[in-house]
Write a protein that binds this ligand. Structure first.
Ligand code: KIV
Length: 298
């Protein structure tokens, strides 16, 4: 990353984007851009593209590891991916998702695991799902000096309780509860709150109710920022993407075409060509080719 401001950045500071800048961006009405990433090249590309926040999401369990849900993702998996991503991304704030089972049991458990993500993973912040007991956990982690992002609405880690991967906040009562939950997370010290799969008017109301930014995914246009999952938005995932995903590329097709061409080239002998091989000095080659062959065993 150079120190010259790329045109794509809404807000520019050389080096790591300072966390308080997110509040300023909300105040100025500048949209915050967040994407998930799971390895070093993705971190570098997101940085070069001018993305503000990178989430090392437990969505990796589905889009990278091919699981049916995010529930089985472990802290060690997120930890390793966070190390990879932070090697590639310098300017964006890197947020490590706290996977299911890594923060629910106690404040002590939540703090210890958040500390690992920061100390060993290089994360700038953690993210946890739900309100309820997560409000105390968020407060505890923030109290330990680690920034926390909240996540309400559709919370995939507890999708079973919600009745599946379904939109949330669709009744007046549930919508009001969502506002209260988001406000409680803000009061606990969260620096931002993800709103997933909620009707746009509800997301807009939450956004107005909070001082800290909201980051929407399937929450309409009025949140302070937007996040999409890397594999979904780049067409690099064979599953069915949710309706809120916009595809910006079809990497799956690009990769399949490239692999099919490679397979053809190997089978027809079109690959490798001379440019893909290593030369040896002419005289060495001659000596090698004229040297009597060593006797064969037997
Ligand atoms: O894990 C993830 O990718 C997420 C986003 C959908 C916000 O939590």
């Amino acid at each position: 990353m150079s120190d010259k401001k790329p045109r794509r950045y809404a807000s520019w500071t050389a080096g790591k984007l300072p966390l308080p800048e997110l509040l300023e961006m909300k105040r100025r009405g500048e949209k915050i851009v967040m994407v998930t990433a799971y390895d070093a090249p993705a971190g570098r590309l997101a940085d070069e593209a001018g993305v503000d926040l990178i989430l090392v999401g437990d969505s990796s369990g589905m889009v990278v590891h091919g699981r049916e849900s995010t529930v089985a993702v472990t802290l060690d998996e997120i930890l390793v991916m966070t190390q990879w991503v932070t090697r590639g991304a310098k300017r964006p704030i890197v947020i490590a998702d706290m996977p299911f089972g890594s923060y629910e049991a106690s404040d002590e458990q939540a703090i210890a695991n958040a500390v690992r993500l920061v100390k060993e993973g290089g994360a700038d912040a953690g993210k946890l799902e739900r309100a309820g007991t997560s409000i105390d956990r968020a407060r505890a982690i923030v109290g330990a000096g680690i920034p926390v992002m909240g996540h309400v609405g559709l919370t995939p880690q507890t999708a079973t309780v919600l009745g599946g991967f379904k939109a949330q906040g669709r009744t007046a009562e549930r919508a009001q509860q969502l506002i209260e939950d988001a406000k409680a997370l803000e009061a606990a010290g969260c620096f931002a709150v993800v709103l997933e799969a909620v009707p746009p008017p509800v997301a807009a109301a939450v956004t107005r109710a909070l001082t800290v930014p909201t980051i929407g995914i399937g929450a309409g246009p009025d949140t302070d920022g937007q996040v999409l999952v890397w594999h979904d938005m780049l067409g690099y995932y064979e599953g069915r993407a949710p309706r809120f995903v916009k595809r910006y590329a079809d990497l799956g097709e690009v990769i399949t075409d490239a692999l099919a061409k490679f397979a053809d080239d190997v089978r027809t002998g079109a690959f490798p060509e001379e440019q893909h091989t290593y030369a040896m000095p002419e005289e060495e080659l001659k000596a090698f080719e004229t040297k009597p062959k060593s006797p064969q065993p037997g």
